[in-house]
Design a protein around this ligand. Structure first.
Ligand SMILES: [Zn+2]
Length: 143
């Protein structure tokens, strides 16, 4: 189905579509959401906040992002492409600058920002879940 749709798209449409698929429906995020749900944590998705956090815990005011190792420049897994390296360097810088700006805007608005590397979710989802629970329940104890 998706393959058929993709065939009728222009390259620009396809690239927008893929970016959306990558950011909102990628495997690690889905696995993380399921693991959190199983732990009884309830979150909201797709809220119109800076950076469009992947998950929001509204009462605890915690915003969670799962950052892709390539696009956000993970120190362990980001490797610079051999071709067009200047283009990719600038792209990565722009992504990092945007991440920092988003963090600032959210923190100014009273949110705690949790950023998890995609590889953490892939390799140790329990660790990722614990990190989030600590933030969400930690701030919540005195309600
Ligand atoms: Zn990584």
């Amino acid at each position: 189905m998706i393959g058929r749709m993709a065939d009728t798209m222009t390259p620009a449409q396809r690239s927008r579509c893929m970016a959306r698929v990558r950011s909102k429906h990628s495997g690690p995020e889905i696995r993380l959401r399921k693991a959190l749900w199983a732990k009884g944590l309830r979150y909201r998705l797709h809220q119109p906040l800076p950076g469009r956090p992947d998950m929001l815990f509204v009462r605890a005011r915690v915003a969670v992002f799962v950052d892709g190792c390539f696009w956000h420049g993970c120190p362990e897994h980001h490797t610079e492409p051999k071709t067009n390296s200047e283009f990719w360097r600038q792209k990565l810088q722009a992504n990092r600058a945007r991440d920092n700006r988003v963090n600032d805007e959210l923190q100014t608005a009273g949110w705690t920002v949790v950023r998890l590397w995609q590889h953490t979710v892939d390799s140790n989802i329990q660790n990722a879940v614990d990190t989030i629970i600590l933030e969400v329940r930690g701030q919540h104890q005195h309600d």
